[in-house]
Design a protein around this ligand. Structure first.
Ligand code: BES
Ligand code: ZN
Ligand code: ZN
Length: 485
């Protein structure tokens, strides 16, 4: 689907169909030509409601307001309606409140995010006929925003939304097909983008680096582990080094502390943090952002077998700390512990890890919201702002000294699970905190994406399955950093 921006009026654009948003139930806008027909089919213009008037080639979509995320949702809804048609070209006017509010970007993101479909394993798929989408800028005040700025917004939106869709495809792929080696191959492919390099490390490197926690998780898998290290170096000298760390569990069976059958389904998505880290790097490189960016991914399966690591084992992480294993299903934090140690050797100015780390986070915040943890409130607020711009939902989960004590072990430096059943998202983050050195405490954020990473029903512009959680908010955050420099 080719998206074109033009300053032609909507009427003058040649296309087979037209999309009209009915904003805030206002049926009096000049673009609305079928008031009576809409009334007749009982169309209320509620948010997420769409109707196709095929005879005249009109798609009307309800849109609650002109907030960017409402535009994304309406755009995705329009696209879904278009799927059932044979139209090759469609046009839309633009919807703007304030000229600088990125409504153009949001509109385009909505179309791209809404266009994603996971069809890899379907023997038959419905063809998608739409080739061209033309957006008229006629309603923009050209004195306050230039066509060039709008083209730029389009370019950013395409990169951001395609990065999220790219992550979705990785996450949705079955664990038989998507192994740590496959993940490393996909990372390697990103080196075709200007400024991107990739280092792949195998189990020999992990042994040499004494990453005993990461290695233990991998032990019962027939697939060897990979530590993936992607780097994007901008052309101009960079002021900031940002390191993303991602949990890349290509499958989490729970290990010997085996998951019940119902909870094991969808654990192919336990690689979502790793996929997000790779997708952010891809997006940042395509956006040519002026920062040095790294993505570190710990890729492995967590399986069972005679050589599996066990509850009662004591592991030694890269930083020398010993860990008593009391539950092999708390494996993500073990892999991340070693990866975070590795990441700090890069001396990051900012360190962000992303992981589908705990079911407790989903219980706490619901399945649509990412849990944000860390010590630096300023950093958190920057992220909340970026998340709001991107449409991703986030919420804060605060540390406290009492929860920290629950990770004590009688026989090792720390236990891999809390002694209490409550506050599991926070105690998991506090486990990671043991692997963050003092100078980096204030530079670190932990994002628990266990809820939104994979939801088995449609929500907003997200399809059932992977959503690419973490990708868009972090790209918005990086773009904002550029402005704040
Ligand atoms: N990958 C899971 C967390 C998860 C749960 C992700 C639901 C997505 C949806 C993680 O490895 C895990 O199993 N965590 C345990 C920790 C517990 C043993 C302390 C959990 O949340 O139950
Ligand atoms: Zn687990
Ligand atoms: Zn897991």
């Amino acid at each position: 689907m080719n998206i074109k921006i033009t300053n032609e009026t909507l009427e003058n654009i040649n296309a087979q169909a037209v999309i009209v948003f009915i904003v805030n139930k206002d049926f009096n806008h000049a673009w609305i030509k079928h008031k009576k027909a809409l009334e007749a089919v009982n169309f209320k213009a509620e948010s997420e409601e769409a109707v196709l008037l095929a005879e005249d080639g009109y798609i009307y979509v309800g849109c609650a307001s002109l907030q960017p995320d409402e535009l994304r949702i309406a755009a995705a809804k329009a696209l879904k309606t278009l799927r059932q048609t044979s139209y090759k070209s469609v046009k839309i006017g633009s919807y703007i409140e304030k000229t600088k509010d990125n409504s153009m970007g949001a509109l385009i993101e909505g179309f791209i995010l809404g266009s994603y479909e996971f069809t890899k394993y379907k023997s038959k798929t419905e063809p998608f006929n739409l080739e061209e989408l033309v957006i008229s800028t006629d309603s923009y005040n050209q004195n306050t925003i230039s066509l060039e700025e709008l083209q730029n917004a389009k370019n950013n939106a395409l990169i951001i939304a395609n990065a999220a869709n790219w992550a979705k495809e990785i996450i949705n792929t079955a664990p038989y097909d998507y192994t740590p080696i496959q993940m490393a191959e996909d990372a390697q492919k990103l080196t075709s983008i200007d400024g991107v390099t990739c280092k792949i490390f195998d189990e020999k490197f992990l042994e040499k680096e004494r990453m005993g926690a990461f290695l233990a998780v991998n032990r019962a898998s027939i697939h060897p582990p990979r530590l993936i290290h992607l780097t994007y170096t901008p052309k101009e000298k960079s002021e900031k080094r940002v390191v993303f760390v991602g949990k890349g569990l290509t499958y989490d069976s729970g290990g010997l502390s085996l998951k019940p059958s119902d909870y094991m389904v969808s654990m192919k998505a336990d690689k979502s943090g790793g996929a997000a880290a790779m997708a952010i790097l891809k997006g940042a490189a395509e956006l040519k952002l002026p920062f040095e960016i790294h993505a570190i991914i710990g890729a492995t399966e967590n399986m069972i077998g005679g050589n599996a690591y066990k509850p009662d084992d004591v592991l030694t992480a890269k930083n020398g700390k010993t860990i008593e294993v009391r539950n092999t299903d708390a494996e993500g934090r073990l892999v991340l512990a070693d990866c975070l140690c590795y990441a700090q050797e890069l001396k990051p100015d900012l360190l962000i890890d992303m992981a589908t780390l705990t079911g407790a986070c989903v219980v706490a915040l619901g399945e649509y919201t990412t849990g944000v943890m860390g010590y630096n409130d300023k950093l958190k607020h920057e992220l909340y702002r970026a998340a709001a711009q991107s449409g991703e939902l986030v919420n804060n989960l605060s540390f406290n000294r009492y929860l920290k004590k629950l990770l004590k072990s009688n026989i090792a430096d720390i236990s891999n699970i809390s002694s209490s059943r409550y506050g599991g998202a926070i105690t998991a983050a506090l486990f990671l905190d043991n692997f963050i050195e003092e100078p980096y405490k204030d530079k670190w954020l932990h994002l628990d994406i266990a809820g939104p990473a994979y939801v088995e029903k449609e929500w907003g512009y997200n399809q059932s399955g992977a959503s690419g959680a973490g990708v868009r908010m972090n790209l918005y955050w990086l773009i904002n950093q550029k402005g704040d420099q």
